[in-house]
Design a protein around this ligand. Structure first.
Ligand SMILES: [Zn+2]
Length: 482
C-alpha cells in the first residue's frame, strides 16, 4: 500500500506523490529560540521525527530541513530585558533545544538553517516580490506583501479574505495599504539587530524566512511541509503567498509545498497550556520527573492530527506500559538466546501499514500491545520452551525492535531501561533505592535462616511503601508497584 496522508491544503487524504520518485523533500517550521522548549514542541517534533523515520523505512531518501528562527520580536525583547546580545541568546536556546530533542530520541534534521545566516537570500526574495509587483515599500523602511494580489491567499485555512481582514489590524508606525498585508522587511528600530537592504537597514519579518530557506535548500517547489496547526494562519498562509508569487506563473497554492501536514495542540489536564494559566511545562521540567522515552511513548499514543492532553497521571501510566514492554523483551531475549528467529514479518508489516495510513502511531502501539501480550504469555509458560517457541520469541523480539526503531522506541538494552524507569518512578514516590536494597539483603538473610515469617514481613512492609519484589532463579529484583 502506498503512503496516504491528510493534506491540509485539500482537506483530504491523498497518496504521497513526490517530485522525484523515491525522494522526499520535507520542510518543518522550527522553533523561535528565546526560551526553553515546552511540551508543545516535544509533541510536534517527535511526530515529524516518526514521519521521517517511517518514510526512510519505506525506502524514501528524505531531505529533512528544519529551521531555527533566531531573529524575532520575542528574542529581541527577551535579550534587551537581560542585556544580552539577541543572536547569542538565540544560539544558547538553540543548543538547549538540541539537548531536549536528543533526549527525546529525535534525529537531527539534515539541514538546520538559521535566519541570521540567510539574510542575503531573504533580501533577494523580497526584491523579487517587489519587482513582480506583489510587494511594496511605502518609504518608512518597511516592505509589505500585497495580499490582494494573490487570489488563492486563504486556501490553506479555508477562509475568505473578508473574514481574515476583519481580524487584522494595522499597528502604529505601519504603512499598510490593506490591514491583511504583512511585513516582509521591518525598518530598523533602536536596540534591534539590523542588516543592510535596498530599503535601508532592518530585519526580516517572520514569514519570509521560511520561504527563503526552503527555496534555498529544497527548491521553489517541494514535497511536504509541516508544522503545528496554529501555523496554518497566518504563517503558512503567508509562506505560500510569498513563494508562489515569487516563483510561480499560474499562482496556485500547491506550487510551493505540494502537501501540508499539521499537528494538533497540546493541552494540560484538559486546559490549553499557557504561561498565564500556570500549566506550562518545559521539556526539561517534565524530564526531571519522567523518563524521556516514556514521554515519547506517551506522545505517540495520540494521532498527530488530534489535540493532545497531558497529565502526570497518564504519563506515569505510559511509563508503566513501556516498562512492561521492556520486561517482556528482557524475558523474550533470555528465553530465546541462541535461537534463529522464525520467518514472521506479520507484526512488522502490520505496523508499517498502520504508519502508511496517515502515520497511525496509536495503531502501532495497539499492535505492539497485542504482540507483547502474546509473547509474554509464551514467556510465562511453565517448563522449557520448544525450539519452535524459541524461534518465534526471537522473531517477535527482532520485529518489535525494528518497529521500535521507526517509532524511536525500545532502543535501550532492557535492563538499563528498566533501571532508568524504576529510578524515575521511585524518585516520584519518594522511595529510597538504597534503603530498598538493604531491606532485600535483610530478607535474603532471613530466607537463608529459614525465618519465613520475617521474610514475609519484610515483603509486606516494602509493598506498603510502594515496592513490589520479584523472586526468580536469577535472584530477587524490585520495582515500584503500579
Ligand atoms: Zn515557517
Amino acid at each position: 500500500m502506498a503512503i496516504q496522508l491528510h493534506d491540509t491544503l485539500t482537506g483530504q487524504k491523498h497518496e504521497l506523490t513526490t517530485l522525484v520518485p523515491g525522494e522526499v523533500g520535507l520542510y518543518v517550521c522550527g522553533p523561535t529560540v528565546y526560551d526553553y522548549s515546552h511540551l508543545g514542541h516535544a509533541r510536534c517534533y517527535v511526530v515529524w521525527d516518526v514521519v521521517v523515520r517511517h518514510l526512510r523505512a519505506r525506502g524514501y531518501r528524505v531531505k529533512y530541513v528544519r529551521n531555527f528562527t533566531d531573529v524575532d520580536d520575542k528574542i529581541i525583547a527577551r535579550a534587551n530585558q537581560r542585556g544580552e546580545d539577541p543572536l547569542a541568546l538565540a544560539a544558547r536556546f538553540a543548543d538547549a533545544f538540541h539537548e531536549d530533542l536528543d533526549a527525546l530520541g529525535c534525529l537531527r534534521p539534515d539541514i538546520e538553517p538559521r535566519v541570521s545566516d540567510h539574510i542575503p537570500e531573504i533580501v533577494a526574495l523580497i526584491e523579487l516580490l517587489v519587482q513582480k509587483g506583489f510587494a511594496y515599500a511605502p518609504g518608512n523602511g518597511d516592505v509589505y506583501f500585497a495580499v490582494r494580489k494573490f487570489p488563492e491567499y486563504g486556501k490553506l485555512s479555508r477562509r475568505n479574505l473578508d473574514d481574515l481582514r476583519s481580524g487584522a489590524r494595522v499597528e502604529r508606525g505601519e504603512a499598510k495599504l490593506d490591514p491583511l498585508d504583512f511585513a516582509l522587511w521591518k525598518g530598523a528600530k533602536p536596540g534591534e539587530p539590523r542588516w543592510p537592504s535596498p530599503w535601508g537597514e532592518g530585519r526580516p519579518g517572520w514569514h519570509i524566512e521560511c520561504s527563503a530557506m526552503s527555496k534555498k535548500h529544497l527548491g521553489d517547489t517541494f514535497d511536504l511541509h509541516s508544522g503545528g496547526k496554529d501555523l496554518v494562519f497566518p504563517h503558512h498562509t503567508n509562506e505560500i503567498a510569498q513563494s508562489v508569487c515569487a516563483c510561480g506563473d499560474a499562482l496556485h497554492a500547491d506550487q510551493y509545498a505540494r502537501q501540508w501536514l499539521h499537528n494538533g495542540f497540546v493541552g494540560i489536564d484538559d486546559e490549553k497550556m499557557s504561561k498565564s494559566l500556570g500549566n506550562f511545562f518545559t521539556i526539561r521540567q517534565v524530564l526531571e520527573k519522567f523518563d524521556a522515552e516514556g514521554l515519547r511513548f506517551f506522545l505517540l499514543g495520540t494521532h498527530y492530527r488530534r489535540d493532545f492532553n497531558f497529565s502526570d497521571l497518564v504519563l506515569g501510566e505510559a511509563e508503566l506500559r513501556l516498562g512492561y514492554l521492556y520486561e517482556t523483551l528482557e524475558k523474550a531475549d533470555r528465553l530465546s538466546a541462541g535461537a534463529a528467529p522464525a520467518a514472521n514479518d506479520t507484526l512488522l508489516e502490520r505496523c508499517r501499514e498502520a504508519l502508511d495510513d496517515d502515520f497511525g502511531t496509536p495503531q502501532v502501539l495497539g499492535l505492539l500491545a497485542e504482540a507483547f501480550t502474546a509473547a509474554n504469555a509464551l514467556c510465562d509458560l511453565k517448563g522449557k520452551r520448544s525450539p519452535g517457541q524459541q524461534a518465534s520469541l526471537a522473531a517477535f523480539a527482532a520485529a518489535a525492535r525494528t518497529v521500535g526503531e521507526t517509532m524511536g522506541l525500545l532502543g535501550r538494552p532492557p535492563r538499563a531501561a528498566l533501571l532508568a524507569l524504576r529510578g524515575k518512578a521511585a524518585a516520584r514516590r519518594g522511595i529510597d533505592g538504597a534503603a530498598v536494597e538493604a531491606k532485600l539483603a535483610e530478607r535474603t538473610e532471613a530466607r537463608r535462616a529459614k525465618d519465613f515469617a520475617r521474610s514475609d514481613a519484610i515483603r509486606d512492609e516494602l509493598l506498603t511503601g510502594g515496592v513490589a519484589i520479584m523472586d526468580s532463579p536469577e535472584g530477587t529484583t524490585w520495582k515500584v508497584a503500579g
